[in-house]
Design a protein around this ligand. Structure first.
Ligand SMILES: C=C(O[C@@H]1C=C(C(=O)O)C=C[C@H]1O)C(=O)O
Ligand SMILES: [Mg+2]
Length: 507
């Protein structure tokens, strides 16, 4: 993916005899300067303006700017505050249908949580705020993990500079908030020009090696909670999605972007995201298959995802596992809670709603889930904030009944979920795309914390659900084991006793 040979300096030498920034960067800086110097930019109502320069990929004109991930990678050693947050986003359909993929740096405007009105409403339909929310904004302050502090309860950011690519079309854009930004008529164009790294990040040397792994809760703690929940659900049916955190420690600093690049290659058909809110802090990355909802105008779509089986090694194996999933009453029960809950929530928000009959398979590269899809039309006046508040957390990541499940997770999970399982994605005037931030990890320094959960219902067993989570984090683990492409640890034996305890538990 992000090979170390893929660097901006190659782009430079290939694309320009003259020294200085490549054409799109120079042009964008010129547009910014021109707008900021106009007298009318110094007054009027507060508004967001998007300036953009298009160019095509593959024409060889500006190879250094052709891939959003590669561009972000070229800025990875730049730690000026104005370059944060650093964001990457690509839609689930990107590979198949030419969906937009974006990298962005800096903030022209921040909307904290869901309270603030998005300035984007004033401007272009292309203008997007990127961000996410904590899983549980009511989580007690004193138990919060400091690594999540830069993320806040939630924030959506209008990036300062964004590079997006949709099929072969690349767009480099800059967002300005007027009249506030008029004072940057000198510094902002220079900032834009400086985003073409002349000395991009080179090879990092030896890949860090995995030295330790610790799981929270451990298998004993996990079994206690799962057994207790199962006991209760026998009396009174319900669902809770318990998660665990696997802390992987390496003997050197990890490169979160390289890791995401490798993860992306291994997980087609997923939303891929990267949020790094501040210099020197942690980055939240992931490859999630699950859409919370998408909106185009008033048209909304969502899906109920739950129930899990791996992919088989052979075609026969694979068919068998599909049959097993479709026929599993336990997995169907997990999925039904999600489906019924999303349907109820959407009915309140929609003037019309169509629900897919029954369930179908969501087939991923290394596992499969049950899914039912929804399509609706939002009622007049319903906002993205209303939809997020109504849907999150669905019983795919919280449980059912919703309120009880949240309280239970708050009490019983021995770690702070932070943004894990929270809504992540983008919002704009005419559209929105929010995914569920699962299959994700927090990368900071030499530690990678992986988060994953499993739906506990009456038929659950501690060993079975532990193994299901192990399978869900295997995308990350496998990528870490591939020293060639990940820039991370080469294949290592995981110092980890879960498989043993699992055999004891299930055997
Ligand atoms: C909670 C997660 O995944 C959810 C739980 C599933 C299950 O228990 O079968 C399946 C898909 C997701 O809705 C996660 O991956 O962290
Ligand atoms: Mg499950």
């Amino acid at each position: 993916m992000i090979g170390h040979g893929h660097t901006a300096s190659e782009g430079f030498s290939a694309s320009s005899e003259a020294a200085g920034p490549v054409r799109p960067v120079r042009e964008l800086a010129g547009l910014v300067r021109e707008l900021l110097l106009r007298p009318e930019s110094r007054g009027g109502e507060r508004r967001a303006v998007r300036l953009a320069v298009e160019f095509s990929a593959g024409a060889g004109e500006v190879p250094s700017l052709e891939t959003p991930l590669g561009w972000l990678f070229s800025l990875k050693n730049r730690t000026e505050a104005q370059l944060f947050p650093k964001v990457y986003w690509s839609g689930r359909e990107a590979a198949r249908r030419g969906g937009r993929e974006s990298a962005a740096v800096g903030a022209a405007h921040r909307a904290d949580g869901l309270q603030a009105t998005l300035l984007a409403a004033a401007d272009s339909p292309e203008t997007r705020y990127y961000g996410g929310l904590r899983f549980d904004s009511g989580y007690p302050e004193e138990r919060r993990d400091a690594r999540w502090s830069g993320f806040g309860d939630g924030s959506f950011v209008l990036p300062r500079v964004e590079l997006s690519r949709d099929d072969g079309l690349c767009v480099l854009s800059c967002n300005l908030v007027l009249p506030d930004d008029a004072k940057y008529a000198e510094s902002l164009p220079a900032f834009v020009e400086g985003l073409m790294a002349e000395d991009p990040a080179g090879p990092d040397g030896a890949a860090p090696r995995l030295v330790a792994r610790r799981d929270r809760p451990d298998f004993e703690g996990w079994s206690r909670e799962v057994e207790r929940a199962v006991e209760e659900f026998r009396e009174r049916p319900g669902k809770v999605v318990f998660a665990r955190r696997a802390d992987l420690d390496f003997d050197g600093d990890l490169d979160a972007l390289s890791l995401l690049g490798s993860l992306k290659a291994a997980t087609p058909g997923c939303f891929h995201f990267y949020f790094e809110p501040e210099p020197g802090g942690a980055a939240f990355i992931g490859a999630t298959p699950e859409r919370l909802y998408g909106r185009e105008g008033r048209a909304v779509r969502s899906e109920a995802v739950a129930g899990t089986r791996p992919r088989g090694a052979s075609a026969a194996d694979d068919d068998g596992l599909l049959e097993e999933l479709l026929g599993s009453e336990k997995d169907r029960a997990e999925q039904r809670y999600v489906r019924d809950s999303i349907e109820r929530d959407l009915r309140k928000l929609c003037a019309a709603l169509t629900v897919e009959e029954g369930v179908s398979e969501m087939k991923l590269a290394s596992r499969r889930h049950l899914v039912s899809r929804f399509r609706g039309t939002l009622a007049e006046g319903v906002t993205d904030a209303d939809v997020i508040r109504a849907l999150h957390p669905t019983p795919a990541v919280g449980g059912y009944p919703k309120g009880e499940a949240i309280l239970r997770l708050r009490d019983s999970e021995p770690f702070d979920r932070g943004w894990y399982a929270g809504p992540v994605g983008w919002l704009s005037r005419d559209a929105a795309e929010l995914a569920v931030g699962i299959r994700s990890g927090l990368v900071g320094g030499s530690r990678l914390s992986l988060f994953s959960g499993a739906g506990i219902v009456a038929g659950s067993t501690p060993g079975g659900e532990w193994a299901e989570i192990e399978q869900k984090i295997s995308d990350f683990i496998l990528v870490l084991g591939d020293g060639e492409s990940s820039g991370a640890a080469p294949a290592v034996a995981l110092p980890h006793d879960a498989p043993d305890s699992l055999e004891r538990a299930t055997g």
